[in-house]
Design a protein around this ligand. Structure first.
Ligand SMILES: C[S@@+](CC[C@H](N)C(=O)[O-])C[C@H]1O[C@@H](n2cnc3c(N)ncnc32)[C@H](O)[C@@H]1O
Length: 232
C-alpha cells in the first residue's frame, strides 16, 4: 500500500536517492540502534561465512557484525546500496570486501554466493517485496539465510514516514510503502524461503530515553526482524 493512505504529517516527499543523498551527513546521529541492531543482537544467529548487506547505507550493520566477528575470527561482508553518498561513508569504515552502487532488487552479483543476506531498514522504500525476496534467494547458497529487519508497518500506519530534517529544520519524507507481515510471507514463500524466526521491537524505556517525544508511542511496535532459511 502507498504510505500516502496513512500520511498524517504531509511532509514534502523525495525519492530514495535524493533523500539519502541529502540525509547522509546526519543519518547516523538520527537512526537509533534500538530500531534494528538490538533486534539483530536478540536473534543469536550464526553469521559465519560470506555475508551480503543489502541497502548497506553507511555500513552500520557491517560495523555491528564486524565487532562480533572480531571475537570469533574472520568472515567477509559485501555491500550494495543505491545512494553513492551513503556508500562513501561505508567505504570509509574499511570493513567491506566490496561495495557496489546498485538496486537491491537486481544487484548483478553472482548467484549462490552468500551464506547470509541481511537487509536492514529499507523494505519500506520498495513498492513491492517480491523482487527483493527473489533476488535474496538467488544470491544465497542452499541452506543459507536471509535476515530482514525493518521499520514496523504499524508505525507507518500511525502516519509516521521515514523522514529526516534539513538544516533549516524542515522535515522531509522519503518515498515509502506499507507492507504487512502477510506480504512478506507471500513474497518469501514464493521465492523458496521458510520462516525460522520472527520478532518485533516495541517502544520501551530505552526508546523513550533517546526519543522522549515517543512517550505517546510507548508499547507500540516500531520494528521487526524475520529470519528466512533457503531450502537445501
Ligand atoms: C534507512 S537506510 C538503511 C541503511 C543501513 N541498512 C542501516 O541500517 O543503517 C536505507 C538505505 O536503503 C537504500 N535503498 C533504498 N532502496 C534501495 C534500493 N531499491 N536499492 C538499493 N538501496 C536502496 C538507501 O539508499 C539507504 O541507504
Amino acid at each position: 500500500m502507498e504510505f500516502s493512505l496513512f500520511d498524517q504529517r504531509r511532509y514534502p516527499t523525495v525519492d530514495v536517492r535524493s533523500g539519502y543523498g541529502e540525509w547522509v551527513g546526519e543519518y547516523e546521529s538520527s537512526v537509533c540502534d534500538t530500531m534494528d541492531l538490538r533486534l539483530l543482537d536478540g536473534l543469536s544467529l550464526s553469521w559465519d561465512g560470506d555475508v551480503l548487506d543489502l541497502a548497506c547505507g553507511t555500513g552500520r550493520v557491517g560495523a555491528w557484525l564486524t565487532e562480533r566477528w572480531t571475537e570469533r575470527g574472520a568472515s567477509c561482508i559485501d555491500g550494495v546500496d543505491l545512494t553513492p553518498e551513503m556508500l562513501e561513508r561505508a567505504k570509509d569504515r574499511s570493513i567491506y570486501r566490496s561495495l557496489t552502487v546498485g538496486d537491491i532488487r537486481d544487484t548483478g552479483l553472482p548467484s549462490s554466493t552468500y551464506d547470509t543476506v541481511v537487509q536492514s531498514l529499507a523494505d519500506e522504500h520498495l513498492p513491492s517485496l517480491q523482487p527483493l525476496y527473489t533476488e535474496a534467494a538467488r544470491l544465497t547458497r542452499p541452506g543459507g539465510q536471509f535476515v530482514i529487519v525493518g521499520f514496523h508497518p504499524h508505525f507507518l500506519m500511525q502516519g509516521v514516514p521515514t523522514h529526516y530534517h534539513r538544516g533549516d529544520g524542515e522535515a522531509v519524507g522519503i518515498e515509502s510503502y506499507v507492507h504487512l507481515a502477510s506480504d512478506h510471507f507471500v513474497a518469501a514463500v514464493a521465492s523458496g524461503w521458510t520462516l525460522t524466526n520472527f520478532t518485533e521491537g516495541l517502544v520501551d524505556d530505552d526508546w523513550v530515553a533517546v526519543k522522549p517525544k515517543w512517550e505517546k508511542f510507548r508499547h507500540h511496535p516500531v520494528s521487526y526482524a524475520m529470519v528466512w532459511s533457503k531450502r537445501s
